[in-house]
Design a protein around this ligand. Sequence first.
Ligand code: FE2
Length: 370
Amino acid sequence: MSNKMGIRGYDYVEFYVGSAKMAVYWHAKAMGFDIKGYSGPETGVRDRVSFYLEQDQIRFVITSAISPNAYDVSSFVTNHGDGAKRWAYSMDDVEAAFNEAVSNGAVPLKNPQRREDENGFIMEAAIRVYDDCEIVFINYDNYNGIFKPGFSAPVQKIEIKREETGLRAVDHIVGNVRPNEMNYWADYYIKSMDFEQFIEFGPGDISTKYSSLLSKVVRTKDNLIKHPINEPYKGIKKSQIQEYLEVSNGSGIQHIAVACDDIISSISALRKNGVEFLAVPDTYYEMLKAKNIKITQDIEALRKLGILCDVEDLAGKGYLLQLFTKPIGDRPSFFFEIIQRCQGSEGFGHGNFMSLFEAIERDQKIRGNL
Ligand code: FE2
């Protein structure tokens, strides 16, 4: 199956941070990424440094400004804090996809461009998404260098001792938007890139005693790319989405879910490496046992590691196991989700939202933001 836009899959995600070198160390040591490429003064780039990281099919770039000339980086970090600036789709034909997207309403940010070095050339273009983020269309068919022109092998080799975490691929990328913006952005994907709406959660569907949100999931028609979009909804107290909007000064990327094949060993390795996760109460597992569900994993092993299990699959098949890290930066905004889809599950863990949000609200309260 393919999609009309010629999207082959997620390509890289680029983060803008205050100090790339230190953020890269955490991603390597704690999350299990390998540092494969570098761009900076040593490679002829004067205003910023970028590190290119890989783990199986996951490709991350972490960039920081080293001069006021990298204003796009420093202004992003000043306004929103460390976070994801752009993600890329690998495309059959960048120019055709860009023209199609823009003629159907996408906001053009970078026209299709050919960038080359001695290793060949890449094609890339970008459209806008949310307040200050980008979706990049990229094609590397004629390039065999490290990541992109301007990158070389890492200039510094660091020995990192860690547990291997078994993270495999990006599963979905989630946006948080302001009240009344969710439908706008859902339509943006649908109209400009031929996505379809998969699920919608209205008022009351996702709420705790205190706070509430609305959520829509859009995806490519071949289910290759999935983007949930959340907006806050009124409740007695402040929605976690509202907290995100306030601490990030606007809409943006809330979390990236990364898939693995054995979540028990992945979470156990990530915990040993020092990654912090949201905690669910033991009563969650009592409830899970009482549901008498058929899963291959041992519920006791899930309980020990705090892994959540959602059997209320929306497409009526399979189940998923998931866990959310605490926000990885200084502001309570961006975090990672670790997910294992079992027996063809297509959901996003909405059956877990209540326990999850209660866990988030406990932390929100400690921050004085509830
Ligand atoms: Fe998610």
